[in-house]
Ligand binder design. Structure first.
Ligand SMILES: NC(=O)c1ccc[n+]([C@@H]2O[C@H](COP(=O)([O-])OP(=O)(O)OC[C@H]3O[C@@H](n4cnc5c(N)ncnc54)[C@H](O)[C@@H]3O)[C@@H](O)[C@H]2O)c1
Ligand SMILES: O=C(O)[C@H](O)COP(=O)(O)O
Length: 630
């Protein structure tokens, strides 16, 4: 007789819990044993041999119990510890265990003595827990197990399932080979390799489906779940050697993260971007209109650096793609390099060093000066310019600055009304203007001619800001005594050969765009940017987005959240609210933020709602993107 009924058979150790219970028991019982680490390792090895089918399960159990030297009294400590080790996505999906209580079983080669109390809290009564039982000596010592129980035997789960004589489809969810064999033997209809805690090749390669968490399993089966879309299905692509902390952080949060060490060309990116939800780049990857057009699923572009001009921010906005960056994380690194270079230039250190490298001793004070008392001209008094101002003053420099915006002076720095005034008095000019396109060739022949004879120029901003042939000419003619250049009009996408007209000129420090490339800065960026990505993906927050209305949302508790991005044209909000009213939804909060082009409205609702409303909201004229979080 055909039936739609499904039975869900869960493994216990490393599936319902993050750990192998007998390993935890060993930690407890061997606490004061001087050979504790050795014995625990032996127990872990035996456990794995059993799980992978390398030794018979009975043998694995016998050997471990001998090594454990456990007593009944130790079990309460074990249960307490296991309660804290329930798998994250199991814990967050209690609703499934409540609603499908009748269809859920545990089949484990572990022991009922500790499994029952844990799974009872997930609505699984002892009658639906199939597991081994301990044998105790009079003093409570665990001396063995019930050898008649099929689960104490090799491939015991197959026999156990057969004996249960269940009707309907049987789905087995587990991390071990011993779970998979039920499918191989034909007693289970589907096997889900559960990899939230451990991933075993022998299990995953044979599985019908790999479930990195319970959310994925529930999603595949269209069962009630805590989150609308499993995070492991959200693909994050990180380019340009972004610090590994970013990978760790985002993977740990459950996303599927791929890293590529270099930047990709437009064509390569168009090919790759199709199924990407979040893209992470640095300064070398251009996210053009064409890339945005090809990005069918893209929700976030994150610059793991300060500059965002490599991204078509408007194209992103019009497609509802939120852009984040790290506006301060590498500021200090750039400032320190600027200070170092100013000193090196004024002392001609690189020239002296090159001479020695070439076998020449040239001890001279000519053209070598202290920075103390010299005039530093900062062009662009933003985050970097200001911090440099403070550090340079601490070195005894007199700081002058020029900015197109009205910027408050820090310390004793003097604001200049015009660029030419600043250039005419400065011993060193350092450029820290932002990367907007209007600054292309901003510093050329005219500006250089306004500088003092024998002055120095530092460019750590953007390559296109300085007219390189004009700088080369000024250095060759002796108009300028030296320069430090970190950024170039054309920079390669990956490490390798590179040529610039500045090559070989004396007292010119050339670095490959490393102003922000310090361990500290990269680590800080890898902390800051993922936190913005997670805040948006997990709860809709757009605080610090560079192209999008910023909105800080309250924490979402036991509610559904509708996130609607639309063109900012009259009437959209009215239409959205009309639909919400028609479906009689109980709105617990609504938040709106707009800019001239887009509107971003977030609506929090009570748990239950008619699913039809989603389609209606998607169809509101002017909708750019819509998603649901719960
Ligand atoms: N070399 C590197 O590795 C590296 C690292 C980080 C930042 N950067 C670059 O450094 C630059 C400065 O970064 P920030 O964080 O201080 O930026 P910021 O936006 O905080 O400051 C830039 C300042 O420049 C001013 N400005 C813009 N155009 C100007 C002009 N033509 N004349 C005078 N002032 C002008 C702006 O008003 C602003 O105050 C950016 O171009 C950034 O991309 C380079
Ligand atoms: O924009 C920036 O922060 C700097 O140019 C550094 O860029 P990078 O991350 O490519 O080194």
């Amino acid at each position: 007789m055909s039936t739609n009924k499904r039975n869900y058979i869960f493994d216990f150790d490393s599936t319902l819990t993050k750990v192998e219970a007998l390993d935890v028991l060993a930690e407890i019982t061997l606490e004061n044993n001087p050979k504790k680490d050795e014995i625990i390792q032996e127990i872990i090895d035996i456990t794995n041999l059993g799980i992978d089918g390398e030794i018979s399960f009975t043998e694995s159990l016998e050997r471990r119990i001998k090594l454990l030297k456990a007593n009944k009294a130790d079990l309460s400590g074990l249960i307490k510890a296991l309660k804290k080790q329930v798998s994250k996505s199991i814990e967050s999906n209690k609703e499934f265990f409540e609603k499908f209580a009748e269809d859920i079983y545990v089949i484990s080669c572990g022991f009922k003595e500790f499994i029952d109390p844990i799974v009872k809290e997930y609505n699984i009564p002892t009658e639906r827990v199939y597991a081994n039982t301990f044998e105790f000596a009079k003093d409570g010592e665990i001396i063995g197990f019930d050898a008649d129980n099929v689960l104490s035997k090799h491939n015991g789960k197959i026999q156990c399932l057969k004996d249960m004589n269940l009707t309907g489809e049987i789905q087995v969810i587990g991390d071990g080979y011993s779970d998979y064999v039920t499918r191989e033997a034909g007693v289970a209809d589907k096997f889900f390799a559960y990899t939230e805690n451990v991933s075993r090749v022998k299990t995953t390669e044979n599985a019908d489906h790999i479930a990195p968490n319970l959310d994925e399993f529930l999603y595949i089966n269209d069962l009630p779940r805590n989150i609308s879309y499993p995070k492991n299905r959200i693909k994050i692509l990180l380019l340009e050697n972004v610090h590994s902390d970013a990978f760790d952080k985002l993977s740990k949060d459950g996303f599927a993260v791929e890293t590529v060490s270099k930047s990709l060309s437009e064509d390569e990116l168009i090919e790759k971007i199709k199924d990407v939800h979040v893209l992470g780049i640095r300064s070398k990857t251009n996210v053009t209109q064409k890339v945005v057009d090809a990005a069918e699923k893209l929700m976030v572009v994150s610059a793991f650096c300060i500059g965002t001009k490599q991204i078509d921010l408007e194209a992103c906005k019009e497609k509802g793609i939120v852009v984040f960056n790290a506006p301060y994380s590498n500021t200090r690194s750039v400032v320190e390099l600027a200070i170092g270079e100013i000193i090196m230039l004024m002392r001609s250190v690189f020239q002296r060093s090159t001479e020695i490298h070439n076998g020449q001793w040239n001890k001279t004070a000519e053209g070598s000066r202290e920075v103390r008392g010299k005039k530093l001209g900062i062009v662009g008094y933003g985050n970097i310019g200001k911090q440099l101002s403070i550090l340079a003053e601490a070195l005894g420099m007199h700081v002058y600055y020029y900015d197109v915006e009205d910027k408050l002076s820090l310390g004793n720095a003097t604001k200049m009304d015009s660029l030419s005034d600043l250039l005419s008095i400065s011993d060193v000019v350092t450029l820290h203007v932002d990367d907007n396109a209007a600054n292309k060739n901003f510093f050329g022949e005219k500006e250089i001619s306004q500088m003092k004879d024998g002055a120095h120029l530092v460019n750590l901003a953007r390559g296109f800001v300085v007219d390189i042939p004009a700088l080369v000419a000024a250095l060759k003619s002796g108009k300028l005594a030296g320069a430090a250049v970190d950024v170039y009009p054309e920079e390669p996408r990956k490490n390798g050969e590179f040529h610039t007209e500045l090559k070989g000129l004396p007292n010119v420090i050339l670095t490959p765009h490393v102003g922000g490339s310090t361990e500290e800065a990269q680590r800080d960026i890898a902390d800051f940017v993922p936190s913005k990505i997670m805040a948006y993906m997990n709860s809709g927050n757009t605080v610090d987005a560079v192209n999008f209305p910023n909105i800080r949302l309250p924490r979402q508790t036991k509610a559904h959240r509708f996130l609607h991005i639309h063109k900012n044209v009259p009437g959209v909000m009215a239409k959205i609210n009309k639909i919400l009213a028609k479906y009689d939804l109980n709105i617990t909060g609504q938040y709106l933020s707009t800019d001239p082009k887009v509107g971003y409205v977030i609506t929090d609702l009570d748990k239950e709602y008619n699913i039809e409303v989603i389609e209606k909201l998607r169809k509101v004229e002017g909708t750019i993107k819509f998603r649901v979080l719960y």
